[in-house]
Design a protein around this ligand. Structure first.
Ligand code: KG4
Ligand code: ZN
Length: 343
């Protein structure tokens, strides 16, 4: 039995969680910074790291208290140390190192994007272990990432495709801003899409060639911008009606899902995979879940509580790493880009 404290501060969420045996989430505390960044329409790194410093200790205390454990009960301290904003990462990494040093517990550095895939395992105590068969294809689709992985085990995860420009969640957020729908855009566009008629507008699907496993969403975002505002040099379009907004939401969502489905299918053939794992904020999307419900191999999604950034997924994946002896030294670095977990 292992009790692990996870710490997450890669971007704009300060989170801490206690997880038992990599699956049972005893606490999952998240302090969001939406309000701080909303007026800038995006995350301001300096504001994010300052807010992490202010939030981290109360969030840690709350996570331990909700789980009814003290530091001495823990078997390890885990932290998402890559990829992310360097100032944000440093706050979590420094806190984790300090706790590990002060308590003498092992430190486990975790890749945040790999942890998004592991989030499908969290909770589900009543149902028993998930029947995921490896090799699997992993898709992490969030505000910061759109990436495909060949997952041969939880410690053998290789990048096989990624976005060349915007992440899909970022496209949702920008399209929502174009339509005046606020931030974050994913949940509101997802809800509107069910009421709109996608056949009224046709947006481009960027497939990047017949074999590519990479993504590009900036053309789609620009197509929505031109459709809504008109093209420079031509008379401005009148503000869209409510019906037009819902139709654009439906057509945009359909284009995103078409691309994601096509790329997953390609990846499944390339990897010869027996299952698909989807994680990250956009994995909460109802349209995507519906579209993948009849896929050729079983598809696994996280519980909605674990789709967006959280520390339970960090503590969960750390359980596997700890069991494999993959602990980290106290000179663990904050790394801004993703890379393989080499012990
Ligand atoms: O995983 P996450 O918290 O952050 C990153 O690591 O980037 O994901 C946040 C992203 C935002 O872009 C948000 O708009 C998107 O996930 N999102 C959704 C939905 N819920 C959240 N996108 C589409 N449909 C949703 N239901
Ligand atoms: Zn994330």
């Amino acid at each position: 039995m292992a009790l692990i404290l996870g710490i997450e501060s890669t971007c704009d969420e300060t989170a801490a969680s206690v997880v038992r045996d990599g699956r049972e989430v005893l606490s999952n505390v998240i302090a969001t910074q939406y309000d701080l960044h909303a007026k800038y329409r995006g995350v301001v790194p300096e504001i994010a790291s300052r807010a992490h410093i202010e939030n981290l200790l109360p969030v840690l205390r709350e996570a331990l208290s909700q789980a009814s454990v003290s530091l001495s009960d823990l078997d390890a301290i885990a932290v998402a140390h890559r990829p992310g904003l360097v100032g944000s990462l440093l706050v979590g990494v420094t806190a984790a190192k300090t706790l590990a040093w002060a308590t003498g517990k092992p430190l486990v550095g975790v890749d945040h994007v790999h942890a998004h895939l592991y989030s499908v395992i969290l909770g589900r105590i009543a149902q028993g272990p998930l029947p995921i068969e490896f090799p699997a294809v992993g898709l992490v689709c969030s505000g910061g990432h759109t990436a495909l992985y060949a997952v041969r085990s939880w410690t053998d995860i290789n990048l096989i495709g990624s976005t060349l420009d915007d992440a899909v969640g970022e496209a949702y957020d920008k399209v929502a801003a174009i339509l005046g729908l606020g931030y974050p855009g994913g949940p509101v566009l997802d809800a509107l899409a069910t009421r709109g008629d996608a056949s009224r507008v046709r947006f481009p699907r960027s497939m990047l060639g017949r074999e590519s496993l990479d993504f590009s969403f900036s053309g789609l975002k620009t197509a929505v911008l031109y459709h809504v505002r008109g093209v420079a040099g031509k008379p401005q379009r009148p503000a869209p009606t409510e019906q037009e907004i819902t139709d654009v939401a439906a057509a945009f969502q359909e284009a995103c899902i078409d691309v994601l489905l096509k790329k997953i299918s390609r990846a499944v053939s390339v990897v010869g995979s027996r299952s698909v794992i989807v994680g990250g904020g956009v994995s909460a999307n109802n349209g995507l879940r519906r579209a993948l419900s009849t896929f050729t191999v079983p598809v696994f999604f996280p519980d909605r509580a674990f789709c967006t950034d959280n520390a339970a997924m960090t503590a969960g994946l750390a359980h596997v790493l700890l069991a494999g002896g993959r602990t980290s030294a106290l000179d663990l670095d904050a790394i801004t880009h993703s890379q393989f977990l080499d012990a």
